[in-house]
Design a protein around this ligand. Structure first.
Ligand code: SF4
Length: 369
């Protein structure tokens, strides 16, 4: 079977972009009428021609999601362990060239954070760090997981790309899923956004989900940073990646996240803004392409918008998030990675989910299963 790199290299960004923009109402109608949709259908559904069909897409997305996932929304909390980073990413507050106070949580500090996150009711946790290979390396992750594991049923991580061997060790240590976003699939522009550090290696990052799949991880999370480049073209490549991985690592589950660029220290918002209606279109298009993929919405999005997304295909939400190391109790004022938009408490978010007729799920998986 071909590697993803080879498949990816067969496409030209500009041709994909042009072919999406050329999709017509007829293509959208054909995509909507099919039971099993292709990537060409996905292109039609994310194209401008699909906007008049948004209501129909939303209804279909709602039905498919309810059929597959029931009326449930899983809740999780991110825990930032470190904001140290050896990369320069032009859109991130943790970028190496930003003169901010750096912090990496000690074992005791992790314990303190755990207590506060548990007090809020969470059983699913996402561990996040900057990419500092010397300070936050595999040994640091393993030590942290050992501390965290007794308190959480489900541990996910979002850290620097690792080797297959290292992913195996994390899997054995109890990690359930790994999130790694390509940020943008625009190979040339990728270099402009990532001028320095290991992350500037586009292909090493592109091949990371393969290493995670080979390591036998339960779930892989994909996504692009919406707003860096043309969101339609980037989303096509992300969907291509998802479909490839699903075929190859068919026992693995997948999730898609929709991070939109948010204000952060030293960040200039780029020109490729995606508006709320377009995010809805994108979420529905993913659901119509893929009935099994989990769809995760973070607190980057506003309270009102998140309320409205509940019924459109969402399966997972973060709540009460802090995006700074120690943000829950240790050092509440340290610098955050990006600004949170929905700052309701986890309880308030759970109540909103229930008010919409859905069950907030604090724990849906256990290592003992
Ligand atoms: S996006 Fe990640 S790798 Fe880039 S500067 Fe921020 S923390 Fe570091």
């Amino acid at each position: 079977m071909k590697q993803f790199k080879d498949i990816f290299d067969e496409f030209s960004w500009e041709e994909v972009k042009a072919s999406i923009l050329l999709k017509s109402a007829k293509d959208v109608e054909a995509a909507l009428s099919r039971q099993h949709r292709t990537l060409e259908d996905f292109k039609a559904l994310i194209s401008p021609a699909a906007m008049p069909y948004l209501e129909q897409m939303a209804q279909l997305s709602h039905q498919l999601t309810q059929k597959r996932f029931g009326k449930t929304i899983q809740l999780f909390a991110p825990m930032y362990l470190s904001n140290k980073c050896n990369n320069i990413c032009t859109y991130c507050g943790f970028s190496m060239n930003n003169k901010i106070k750096r912090k990496t949580l000690t074992g005791e500090e992790i314990q303190e954070e755990i207590q506060e996150i548990k007090r809020q009711g969470f059983n699913h946790i996402l561990l996040v760090t900057g990419e500092s290979n010397h300070t936050v390396d595999i040994d640091y992750f393993l030590k942290s997981i050992e501390i965290i594991k007794p308190f959480f049923a489900n541990i996910s991580i979002e850290v620097q790309p690792l080797s297959e061997e290292e992913y195996k060790r994390l899997h054995e240590a109890g990690v359930y899923s790994v999130l790694v976003y390509q940020e943008t699939y625009h190979k040339e522009k990728y270099k402009d956004y990532h001028p320095k550090g290991k992350k500037s290696n586009f292909y090493y990052r592109l091949e990371t989900p393969d290493r995670i799949g080979l390591a036998g991880m339960h779930k892989i999370g994909l996504g692009v940073l919406l707003g860096l480049e043309d969101w339609r073209t980037d989303s096509f490549f992300c969907a291509l990646h998802l479909m490839y991985l699903q075929k190859r690592y068919w026992q693995t589950k997948y999730s898609i996240s929709f991070p939109r660029i948010r204000p952060a220290e030293g960040v200039n918002i780029a020109d490729y803004h995606i508006n709320d209606k377009e995010i809805v279109q994108l979420i529905c298009a993913y659901r119509l392409l893929n009935e099994d993929v989990e769809i995760s919405i973070s607190t980057r999005e506003s309270e009102l918008f998140r309320n409205n997304l509940i019924k459109l295909g969402t399966t997972t939400m973060s709540a009460g998030s802090k995006t700074n190391p120690g943000g829950y109790s240790v050092e509440e004022d340290s610098l955050e990675q990006f600004e949170i938009s929905d700052d309701r408490s986890p309880r308030e978010v759970a109540d909103m989910i229930a008010a919409n007729g859905y069950a907030p799920v604090w724990k849906d998986w256990d290592r003992a299963f």
